[in-house]
Design a protein around this ligand. Sequence first.
Ligand SMILES: *Cc1c(COP(=O)(O)O)cnc(C)c1O
Length: 476
Amino acid sequence: MGGRDDGDVYTERLMRHGAPKADFPERGTEARVAYQLVHDELMLDGVSRMNLATFCTTWTEPEVHRLMDESIGKNMIDKDEYPQTAELERRCVRMLADLWHAPDPGGTMGTSTTGSSEAAMLGGLAAKFAWRRRREAEGGATDRPNLVCGPVQVCWEKFARYFDVELRRVPLRGGAYVMTPDDIDRYCDENTIMVVCNFGQTFTGLFEDVSGVAAALDRFEERTGHDIRLHVDAADGGFLAPFVSPDLVWDFRLPRVRSINASGHKSGLAPLGSGWAIWREERDLPEDLIFWVDYLGGDEATFNLNFSRPGGPVVAQYYDFVRLGREGYRRIHSAKYGTARHLADRIAAMGPFEIIHGGHPERGVCAVAWRMVGDEPFTLYDLADRLRTRGWLVPAYPLPADRQDEVIQRVLVRHGFSHDMSDLFLEDLRRSIEHLRRHPPSPPLDRGEGGGFNHGARSDPPATVPTPRAAGGEPR
Ligand SMILES: *Cc1c(COP(=O)(O)O)cnc(C)c1O
């Protein structure tokens, strides 16, 4: 190419004519040109660290970047070719079983996954298989499995639909934000494959009463003879409570808890692509879920939905465990909870809000959730939209049934969101409220009957403001 390598990147053909968008390009281009083009387009994405909607890791140490880079060619499934990556996975499984108080951490079953969603599918499938086997032994029907839970993350809706299980979602009643132990009797029966408790509910961040639900299931078994598994979706809480609320009993200390999923890429602090499914004891993972693969060289057990997947997230997770230990996780998460409580105090003091979850480590994940109670000429959707002009992504969304007429807003405080950034955010929140008071998005008369709107309560946002999705989307 002669001297062309020194040419200005913005005078190259691709830069002068625009990027391929639909037809598969006939010719390629130089790496530096392709890089610049892709890099520039991605500037239009939001700044991930200002995305206060996500639970997922958005800041990592430079060493993690290096290990991820060094692992780029490592395939997690190829345990014979990359035995040490496989060994790091086994160590992580044992460490998590230990962290979550499995009776025999060295002998239990568990696996890394791409996230909590895959781990949830595996937890659900294990329960479904175990339930079916028990029903067959009893001579009962096996065609109507159901799963009982409160308001759950979409992965459980997927599990139910993809694997043909009825989802019995307990609606929110009265002032409750979570499923309660009282709900168990009414929703469970002989076809319930398991109950799922949210340890860190997606909508509010609140913990469900896992030990209360476990006790209700114990009573249910005494009365009916049906032994129903409890699975804890500890996507975020599984990496928080063990460090900052160690006395909270939600894990394998409860014999009723047979499996737990968690996202390593949330409060586990690993980069995206890290999740974990751990069973209480080896016998809690039905054998028919395990495949033995010998075409990669050895004879390896696999119980994942994926085949090939990157080894980097597992390597990085092991790095985090070694780097931080219990003490390091405690320090990081305590600092985050301190920031969350600072945010909650200031947001409450602004006036028009009532705090639903104020970032107390015994009550929920490191988040603050609130609803509007003041008489204001704007809604939380408007506020979310306004905050976006400064780059903050703070979702507003309706609560799940039966409280779907109420709208709430939530921020996640993650590693890398400092006290200073929280003050910058609070200042923007204050300015946004002032702006919306001075310039109400649309005349109050357009906003439905009574005073309902000022609580953010409406089913359809008016056309003049973005839909909930555009203003931050559903909680993730
Ligand atoms: C984030 C989350 C999930 C989904 O986890 P991924 O790791 O994103 O697949 C499931 N359940 C809860 C409670 C969550 O917070």
